[in-house]
Design a protein around this ligand. Sequence first.
Ligand code: ACO
Length: 339
Amino acid sequence: MGCAIIGCGKSLPALAVANDDLTQLVDTSDEWITTRTGIKPRRIAVGETNVDMAEAAARQAMGLVEGGYCEAPIDPESIDLVVYSTCTPDVLVPSCAALVRRRLGLVNAVAFDVNAACSGFIYAMSVAESMMASSALGVAGAGRRNKVRRALVIGSERLTRITNWKDRTTCVLFGDGAGAAVLGAGKKGNPLALSFSTSPDVAALDVPGLAGTSPFAGTGRPASRLSMDGRRVFRFAVAAICDAVEGLAAKAGIAVADIDHLVLHQANERILAAAVKRLGIDDARVARTLRDTGNISSACIPLALDRLARAGELEDGDLVALVGFGAGLDIGACLLRWK
Ligand code: ACO
């Protein structure tokens, strides 16, 4: 059995913050941000929670409301699994996936979160796809409960909660938002190839955790704020994207030039441009959402997919390569045929 993306949706918070607005906070300029990153406005969640955005994106992906891509509305009871990628959950327990399940009435779905930062959506999709494949083989046993025929996969982030608003080298890069996709039955052998790899470097991009919050463990670090070595991430990202795309093409027995759509994690326009140039791929085939949203970590890939699908740019049979990369530093990639 194989799987296909049968619905896509997205949600962005209402507040748009322009580059000029950030000059009130740090010593920066629209010109610097635009030329070094390609980002114009980003959206910042003020009233919206992570789960609010995920719920709205999921409703679109399931065709329960207008605004997404979905050929026919998807019955909430037909969803067997929710995998929710986030590194900025509203709460740790219950999982954000369980909260979305309750809000959408997905009464038959098992639900859990994954955190692999910006590559998280690819890992979430891959977990969903392998649970669908193993349940088709009957690995988990027979019966309704052990069948995963449809999965809701979400990438949702409130990165601006962990942004260091005093650090001009990072605060200009990030935004908030959510994207979602529904996986259903598809052609045998889809996805055509997967690629997972790492270049272990936890210091390149770091958000200090909760260590030390117990009264027995000292004072610890009170606030969790993101820090990053931008140049290190840049070098890693360009090389990792190229390796992943070439690896996917080799595994699937196609040429890189055969890929119809390249959907890369949207970290920085210069990373996209450098990777595209090195791969020699036609720039028009590269999805771009970064300019209007900034980097939204694991929401970037489903958001870009939703935009392509709604614009009618994804035709049946098209080859789509998805590449996520981020904190860890880890990379996940997937080549699939659209339908
Ligand atoms: N406004 C104005 N000046 C700035 C700003 C800013 N927002 N940020 C940095 N500068 C200054 C620096 O202080 C430095 O000044 P100096 O020369 O006087 O010391 C100068 O600009 C150059 O700084 P660099 O860090 O060398 O700038 P660079 O050209 O490398 O661009 C950037 C920085 C955009 C972060 C780049 O390294 C990059 O794109 N890295 C990739 C990281 C990334 O995109 N991460 C996203 C999150 S990770 C992920 O999603 C996987």
